[in-house]
Write a protein that binds this ligand. Structure first.
Ligand code: T1G
Length: 704
């Protein structure tokens, strides 16, 4: 659509007040066209002798959600946002920002360059640039501290969190709260009252009060710097702190110059590329084909079969979303245990002051339990979360097929079993879908929506609608052993085990993963989740494992000894007196040496870089196979899965994005080198070979 300056920034004059309304749906992002339109409107208002005050607002549901993220990395276009903010602040006429909905990033910076700010009750204000690997680059790092002090400013800029109107007023970020939803009318009325009171132009860049207690401001900056240094190699948080230090030490113009320089450094960093990719990928995964062609079925009452760790976590997630939940268990004792797990979560929130007793009662009023399936006759969706055994699952689905109403969605939370087989076992296979939650289900954002061969499109669409309602990040996955995430995990975990048997220490591999940006390495993760889970998977797969495939017995040896991890006090690490921080275990190192000898392996040294290249190559290679088989729709679906379900560092975008940034030819060359040692394990994915041959990237497939 050809955006004219007038269409994106309309100007109307109401007696002595000019109203500029920005229109760039859906969130009034400050694209080049919007900036040009706004500049023209401001200049027109400045030139109009009738105008004594200018009100800037946004149309639709939001004020301004920031710079247009899609423009990052493109050649800059005039006017720049910092210059536009300068023009607004320098205005001889009063300028008022009238905020409703989102005022984020460059949108809030624009409002801070105005002389006064009014906001409606539903306003959400914030400086989330850090979540994109950036910093507020339109004067935000210099104006915000001058308005609200270094501590509050750093909190907003380092957390990226959104705050509501009340907190914004308390902080001094806004001056006035609108009483009605018509923010334009409220803005004009507020401007009129300011003019009536003879209010003067008030330039945020000239404010000094909030930074006057230098010692306190410096203390806040020092505290923030200590905290930021712990953030696993993230660039922009430290740059934000440098900017605020400049705001404290230097005149505005000099601080602005430093902000500009550090913003450019962040803009050019691969972390920005990774985080912006993650931002858009999280939104793209929600647009599965079925959501474009079908309407979800309505739902309010959800049944949960099983009150174990997963069942209870799923129930809490549903209750948190305001749904009615009925939990089914085999007997009263098991049901009481399931209920106690649910109640325990809310007791914890009360203890942390995040919920009142009344709040807990209101939520639990929507929680019901039963030992008979008949309690589910009017359930809209049922999620089965029982023991991972095909016969047990089929027995549950037979009951659901008997009692559930026509049109009920029958979902399984299995993490690997063949959902096609489960669907074929009931009379309504079109209503069966996989909803694979991750533990703890009320915390983990990822939800794999697994699509069996005969499912109806509206059932898949219902899965995505449920994910949105639960504030989960949904990824559409095809049916195979382990779907997207667990399938890829099994392969890069194998690569790690191979390296351990070949000479690397499990502790070196964990350190490599942490240095790469993971919260923990694969062996720490195994100890947290319990080594017995992986053991059960390996045993289950033994029957179908290729006899020629290399098999490392070290993990099995630990499990044979009952060393499952934190829950048994030792695993790959030792956990004395129940501590959650593992210590290296010399007995594990001895056992590893024994297994190497048994396997006839002469150990060799791996550098951290060599460990990282094999670990990531295995991940990317399997990711490419998953995409080629259609188990994942696009490479970005693999990225979102690994970032939200497996701790892949978000600032690297995900394994497929990371591979694009490293260069697919390098990844392929590594795999072909490793294949000389083990051609069966390191079979290069045909898709990877094809993309390299065509000089293409995984990203080229995301755009299709
Ligand atoms: N630029 C471009 N597109 C954007 C956008 C933006 N800033 N914000 C949202 N969109 C698109 C999004 O991709 C989606 O597109 C649609 O709008 C609806 O979004 C100089 C450098 C505002 C809270 O980080 O947090 O300013 O998928 O699905 O759930 O200092 O969007 O429909 O095609 O998320 O209602 C800082 C980012 C930018 C805010 C609305 N701003 N946006 O949430 O809808 S950097 C941000 C959000 C900056 C300056 C710096 C959310 C939202 P599509 P949605 P929502």
């Amino acid at each position: 659509m050809n955006q004219t300056t007038a269409s994106v920034a309309s100007l109307t004059v109401h007696e002595h007040i000019a109203l500029i309304r920005l229109t760039n749906p859906p969130v009034n992002a400050l694209s080049a066209a919007v900036r040009q339109g706004l500049l023209v409107a401001i200049q027109q208002a400045h030139a109009d002798p009738r105008v004594h005050a200018v009100v800037i607002t946004g149309s639709g549901h939001n004020f301004i959600a920031g710079a247009d993220i899609r423009e990052f990395g493109l050649p800059p276009q005039e006017p720049s946002l910092p210059d536009l903010c300068e023009t607004i602040e320098a205005s001889p006429q009063l300028v008022i920002a009238a905020i409703h909905g989102a005022a984020l990033g460059g949108g809030l910076e624009m409002a801070l360059s105005a002389h006064y700010r009014i906001a409606s009750e539903n306003a959400k204000l914030g400086l989330p640039e850090v979540t994109l690997g950036l910093l507020p680059g339109a004067g935000g790092t210099q104006r915000t501290p001058r308005l609200i002090g270094a501590e509050a400013a750093l909190d907003l800029m380092l957390s990226g969190r959104q705050i509501g109107t009340k907190e914004a007023l308390r902080m001094g970020l806004i001056d006035h709260v609108a009483t009605s939803d018509d923010i334009a009318v409220e803005g004009i009325a507020y401007a009129r009252s300011l003019l009536g009171d003879g209010a003067a132009v008030r330039r945020t860049s000239e404010l000094t009060q909030a930074l006057s207690d230098r010692a306190a401001q410096q203390a806040a900056i020092n505290t923030a710097r200590t905290g930021a240094q712990k953030k696993r190699g993230l660039l922009s948080p430290l740059k934000i702190i440098d900017c605020v230090q400049a705001a404290l030490d230097l005149p505005f113009a000099q601080g602005l110059a430093i902000e500009r320089d550090l913003f450019t450094q962040c803009l050019n960093s691969p972390q920005r590329t990774g985080l912006v990719h993650a931002f858009f990928a999280e939104r793209e995964v929600a647009k599965a084909p079925e959501t474009q062609t079908s309407q979800p079925r309505p739902f309010q009452h959800v049944g949960v079969i099983g009150g174990g760790t997963m069942g209870a976590g799923i129930a809490v997630s549903l209750l948190d979303a305001g749904l009615v939940v009925t939990m089914i268990e085999r007997d009263d004792a098991a049901l009481d245990l399931g209920r106690s797990r649910v109640v325990k979560v809310y007791d914890g929130q009360i203890k942390k002051g995040r919920m009142t007793e009344a709040g807990q009662s209101a939520v639990l009023a929507r929680f019901h339990g039963s030992t008979t399936y008949d309690a589910l006759v009017d359930a809209d969706i049922v999620i089965e979360a029982v023991f991972e055994d095909m016969n047990v699952k089929k027995a549950v689905f037979a009951e659901l097929d008997r009692v559930c109403k026509k049109g009920a969605v029958l979902a399984t939370n299995t993490s690997y079993l063949n959902i096609n087989e489960i669907a074929r076992s009931v009379s309504r296979p079109g209503d069966v879908v996989g909803l694979h939650f991750f533990s703890p289900a009320n915390i983990m954002k990822l939800l794999e929506i697994v699509v069996p061969e005969h499912v109806s499109a509206d059932v898949v669409a219902t899965g995505f609608a449920l994910a949105k309602r639960l504030k989960k990040v949904p990824v559409r996955a095809g049916v195979c052993d382990g779907f997207i995430g667990n399938r890829i995990l099994a392969v890069y975990r194998q690569a790690a085990d191979h390296m351990v048997e070949d000479g690397a220490s499990p502790y070196e591999i964990d350190q490599m993963a942490r240095d790469f940006g993971y919260p923990m390495g694969p062996y720490e993760m195994s100890d947290l989740a319990g080594g017995d889970i992986g053991w059960a998977t390996r045993k289950r797969r033994a029957a179908t494992r290729d006899p020629r495939a290399r098999y490392v017995h070290i993990a099995d040896q630990l499990c044979e000894r009952g060393w499952f991890g934190q829950k048994t006090g030792r695993g790959w690490y030792l956990y004395p007196e129940g501590s959650r921080t593992g210590q290296r275990d010399p007995e594990v190192e001895a056992l590893v040496a024994q297994e190497r000898a048994k396997a006839g392996v002469t150990p060799r040294h791996f550098t951290p870089e060599q460990l990282q290249r094999r670990y990531l190559a295995a991940m990317v290679n399997e990711g490419a196979k998953v995409v080629a088989e259609g188990i994942a729709l696009r490479p970005l679906d693999v990225d979102v899965t690994l970032v939200h379900g497996y701790g892949f560092p978000r600032h690297r975008g995900g394994p497929m994005k990371y591979a694009d940034m490293v260069g697919l030819p390098h990844i392929l060359a590594d795999i072909q080198t490793f294949a000389k040692e083990d051609p069966l394990f390191w079979q290069p994915a045909p898709l990877l070979i094809k993309l390299v041959a065509e000089g293409q990237t995984f990203d080229s497939l995301n755009k299709q």
